[in-house]
Write a protein that binds this ligand. Structure first.
Ligand code: ATP
Length: 135
């Protein structure tokens, strides 16, 4: 089955939403393969978000994602990448529908509670970055 990297970002940790996010993905039928609560270094954060390096919000995004602990999860299941992105909702929480994680719990585009890999290539890259020991 496919795998994806999910992050409960520092805003989600601060608001106590780890259980909510895990409940939703498990209820959907996805399965946890790995989980780790950690605070990212700027170096790992910049590597993770390398595609956004030239964007005006890059420095702010790195500051936010390193501001406190996050929960890194590897999640597995049929079409796990698309399945989790559907659970998360649109990047901008105001556009995200009710019933999605971002639609239900967030208002600001940067502080949008969760991350999910957006393609098989980024999932492979991100899982290797966060969990180098996973086969
Ligand atoms: P993620 O990659 O975290 O799942 P995404 O694929 O929905 O999110 P991207 O466009 O890849 O969204 O942006 C990555 C992250 O950068 C967003 O989740 C959000 O935290 C932040 N971000 C995106 N656009 C903006 C913006 N205009 N201003 C501030 N932060 C932003």
């Amino acid at each position: 089955p496919a795998r994806t990297l999910v992050l409960v970002k520092p805003d989600g940790i601060a608001r106590g939403l780890v259980g909510e996010v895990i409940s939703r993905l498990e209820a959907k039928g996805l399965r946890l393969v790995a989980a780790d609560l950690r605070t990212l270094t700027a170096e790992v954060a910049e590597t993770h978000y390398a595609e956004h390096r030239e964007r005006p919000f890059f420095a702010s995004l790195v500051e936010f994602i390193t501001s406190g602990p996050l929960m890194a999860l590897v999640v597995e299941g049929p079409r796990a990448i698309e399945a989790f992105r559907a659970l998360a909702g649109a990047t901008d929480p105001v556009q995200a529908g009710p019933g999605t994680i971002r639609g239900d719990f967030a208002l600001e585009v940067q502080n949008n509670i969760v991350h999910g890999s957006d393609s098989p290539e980024s999932a492979a890259r991100e899982i290797a970055l966060f969990f180098p020991d996973l086969g």
